[in-house]
Design a protein around this ligand. Structure first.
Ligand code: MG
Ligand code: MG
Length: 255
């Protein structure tokens, strides 16, 4: 079931989304060589607390996970694609990091992710990150009334594939509202003109994940959460929560 949000609900989701954006900005500002991933989590946590927001990530415990998720952000470094647990590992010069964060404010959820390098970036990582944002922008541009889910999927996938990157099977975006994961699924690759029609009031998390090695295979690490590329190549992830409106796509997780 796809929930169509009222304009008042979209406004409330914008407020939740702004908190996510602020938390991500705080985590990113903290990130530098020598800083632990746990410190990024702490920076994001302070923003959520100050805003009176909860975390949809903390204690999230899906069937497939051996333990509840212990943090308010996922930190996925280098060959980690998504769902990395922020612990005592220290960031090193040239690392490629993705930080994914959610917030719940007055019952509404926002979800967004950023990727960036710390210290001296490798040119190939800069290109990977830039392409992730280009794919996200293409997906958002396709998120208009009259299009279908497949148009978003196609727009995202085309940018990734044209640049020669892999797309992890089984991962993608999702509807979002009072809970983090709602219908419909938003694949990162697909056929234009297919799938559910987009209507005013639908809210989607669009989230391209790009694998530098060009292959799509991945595995889950021993912690039961961290998803890594099988070939050891680096990955980037970018995400926004986006409302479909008759005035065009509205990014709810912008600053
Ligand atoms: Mg996310
Ligand atoms: Mg998401």
């Amino acid at each position: 079931m796809v929930e169509i949000k009222t304009d008042e609900s979209l406004q409330a989701m914008r407020e939740a989304g702004r908190v996510v954006a602020e938390a991500l900005a705080a985590a990113r500002e903290k990130a530098a060589p020598g800083v632990t991933l746990r410190e990024l989590d702490r920076a994001a946590r302070e923003v959520l607390t100050a805003a009176g927001a909860g975390s949809p990530f903390l204690d999230y415990h899906p069937d497939w996970a051996p333990v509840p998720f212990p943090a308010v952000v996922c930190t996925s470094v280098n060959d980690a694609i998504v769902h990395g647990i922020p612990g005592d590992e220290r960031l090193a010069d040239g690392d490629l990091v993705s930080v994914d964060c959610g917030a719940v404010l007055r019952g509404w959820v926002g979800d967004s992710a950023v990727s960036f390098t710390v210290g001296r970036a490798r040119p190939e990582d800069t290109r990977l990150v830039e392409t992730a944002y280009e794919a996200l922008e293409a997906g958002i541009a396709a998120a208009v009334v009259g299009n279908r889910i497949g148009d978003i999927a196609h727009a995202v996938g085309r940018v990734c594939r044209r640049a020669g990157y892999g797309i992890p099977d089984g991962f993608g975006g999702h509807g979002i509202g009072r809970t983090m994961h709602e219908d419909p699924g938003v694949p990162n690759e697909g056929r234009p003109g297919r799938g559910m029609p987009l209507r005013h009031g639908m809210v989607l998390a669009i989230e391209p994940m790009l694998l530098a090695g060009g292959a799509d295979e991945h595995y889950t690490a021993a912690d039961g959460w961290t998803v890594r590329t099988l070939d050891g190549s680096r990955a980037a992830h970018a995400e926004h929560t986006v409302a479909i409106t008759t005035d065009g796509p509205r990014i709810l997780t912008a600053l």
